[in-house]
Design a protein around this ligand. Structure first.
Ligand code: ZN
Length: 242
């Protein structure tokens, strides 16, 4: 064991949130990153930012192949996942930057495929140490997934998600945290797109979970059906000592 290296990283942790669309990854991610002052790493946000900044002809070259931002954006808008090498390139770049800044991480929505896991998990293990990585699997039944996504809104300013199907929440017009307008996400939360996303989630995420287990990373399963506050407290119990 390289003791000196270990000491430097010992208070830096990584929390990986997995779960189907609408399981509450975004909500819990925000709560956890606030609680521990970790960087809230949201792949969808990193992709969206990339798409916004990129010009029509922009591409990334990985192992001799060109990945065009515009083509990736089109996949994304249909509810399909972007090309995995494209996603992991952006994600790994950002992880390295954040580690250099000595940031703990909360990852929501990445890795979400076996490919991404194989690219990202070794990097996280190398930088942060396997004992500092906590994978939390938020589980909800498919019916709840559909219901929640149909009603999901996010705030315009910070993308805070409002997932609850309770009346008090459905009547909200502005974000309780920052007062910006609540809007529906274009395309992503249409019922047809959600069905595609659920199917993709199952096909691509289950092998990932098996892989993470084999890599010696602990998977903590949490029922994501109760209210965010209840789910959050359950997660905190598992993270005791962080
Ligand atoms: Zn907000």
């Amino acid at each position: 064991m390289k003791q000196s290296k270990k000491n430097k990283t010992q208070d830096l942790k990584v929390i990986i949130l997995l779960g189907s669309p609408g399981a509450g990854k975004g909500t819990q991610g925000i709560l956890l990153s606030d609680k521990f002052n970790f960087y809230y790493f949201e792949t969808s946000k990193i992709l969206e930012e990339g798409f916004k900044k990129a010009k029509k002809e922009d591409f990334i070259k990985i192992k001799g192949r060109k990945y065009y931002f515009l083509k990736e954006k089109k996949l994304w808008e249909k509810g399909l996942l972007c090309d995995p090498p494209f996603v992991t390139f952006l994600v790994k770049k950002k992880i390295r930057e954040l580690f250099k800044q000595r940031k703990g991480l909360v990852l929501s929505g990445s890795p979400r495929t076996l490919y991404e896991g194989k690219e990202i998990a070794p990097l996280l293990k190398k930088l942060y140490g396997p004992e500092n990585i906590f994978t939390i699997l938020l589980e909800i039944p498919p019916k709840v997934t559909l219901e929640r996504n149909k009603k999901r809104r996010i705030c315009q300013l910070m993308r805070h998600p409002i997932l609850s199907t309770k009346k008090e929440f459905l009547n909200l017009k502005y974000c309780p945290l920052d007062g910006s307008k609540l809007i529906k996400r274009k395309g992503l939360d249409d019922p047809e797109v959600i069905r595609v996303r659920i199917k993709e989630y199952k096909e691509r995420t289950y092998p990932l979970i098996d892989y993470l287990k084999k890599e010696g990373l602990k998977i903590i399963k949490i029922d994501g059906t109760p209210s965010p506050a209840v789910v959050f407290n359950k997660i905190l119990k598992h993270l005791k000592g962080l």
